[in-house]
Design a protein around this ligand. Sequence first.
Ligand code: 5GP
Ligand code: ZN
Length: 141
Amino acid sequence: MSATDPDCLFCKIVAGEIPATIVASDERTVTFMDINPATRGHALVIPRAHARDLLEIDPDDLAAVAQAGQHMARTAKATLRADGINLINSCGADAWQTVFHFHLHVIPRYRDDPLQLPWVPGPGDMDQIQATGLELKEHYA
Ligand code: 5GP
Ligand code: ZN
């Protein structure tokens, strides 16, 4: 029996206590349609076991979610004729996480779809990029 949180919305979806449009499931994961889709076919992949976020999820569950996400991405591309896919995970409220049961967004993209993600890439400061990379490298255990 996986860990569950009785107050967690997605644990209730796993348990079948609230309805969801489930596309696929396996021993470790459930894939279902997002109720507020960013584009046609927007799905969420979650572990059956409750884990708050990327920092807490069991690595084997994370691997299973990644594989299910790839399967869903291939299915969306073939079935819905998606032109591309965004995989998104938000970890923490400051990173836009709103439901605190780990989930991977699988968002099919269509040429000229109106979806805007609030990130405009621009050139960085090379000294700062290298210094931050070095700092991370030193602490990467
Ligand atoms: P987050 O903002 O945490 O990255 O993503 C949470 C996602 O869960 C949102 O895209 C939201 O639309 C979706 N969501 C919230 N409540 C429900 C629900 O009751 N059912 C389904 N299927 N999706 C939900
Ligand atoms: Zn949960």
